[in-house]
Ligand binder design. Structure first.
Ligand code: IMP
Ligand code: MG
Length: 178
């Protein structure tokens, strides 16, 4: 375990099990429908790599980046698309893959935007959700696990761009924030 980590919340084995469970539901729901996977950068990088390899339909992988937390652990109210998808989503089924739903602002904006572009459907798969932090009500069709209001890092999730490479999800020691 990395010396900045106080506690592991999800081990590699648990994360693999979560990816299995979500992928099974997505495979069931979509059958052999083609999809565009809209991977939300950068946090869902590792999760999406695990999830996508478990999907059986034909998938186009694309990337989108929204402005979010900046360097700290609190998000501002305004969200913008920083890097857009390359695919035209009109008439396509889009699966958004996100690391964690916090206020819900990012996903609410993304879903609205993709629907406005004429996507045939938009569903969301998120590894984690912090229901107690929700400010905007957004439906998330596939959720890996709900967690309390604690800041977590690893498996793609960062604090000021660090710790994304940890293979597990953990909670940082308090002194790391000083
Ligand atoms: P929302 O728009 O407030 O739902 O913000 C979601 C984004 O905030 C996620 O994609 C993450 O980048 C970031 N975020 C929220 N909670 C955490 C956390 O506990 N650790 C790391 N990033 C987080
Ligand atoms: Mg982040």
């Amino acid at each position: 375990m990395h010396s900045d980590i106080r506690e592991i919340m999800f081990s590699e084995e648990q994360l693999s099990g979560i990816a299995d469970t979500i992928a099974e539901k997505i495979n069931e729901d979509y059958g052999d429908t083609d999809i565009i996977a809209a991977v939300v950068l950068k946090g869902s990088l590792i999760f999406s790599a695990d999830l996508l390899r478990r999907l059986k339909m034909r998938v186009r992988i694309d990337f989108v980046q929204a402005s979010s937390y900046g360097a700290g652990t609190e998000s501002g109210g305004e969200i913008k698309i920083k890097k857009d998808l390359e695919n035209d989503v009109a008439g396509k089924h889009v699966l958004i893959i996100e690391d964690i739903v916090d206020s819900g602002r990012t996903l609410s904006l993304l879903r609205k935007e993709l629907m406005e572009r004429g996507a045939a459907s938009v569903r969301i798969a998120a590894l984690l959700s912090k229901p107690s932090r929700r400010v905007v009500d957004v439906e998330v069709e596939y959720i890996g696990a709900e967690i309390p209001d604690e800041f977590v890092v690893g498996y793609g999730l960062d604090l000021a761009e660090r710790y994304r490479n940890l293979p597990y999800i953990g909670v940082l020691k308090p002194e790391v924030y000083l």
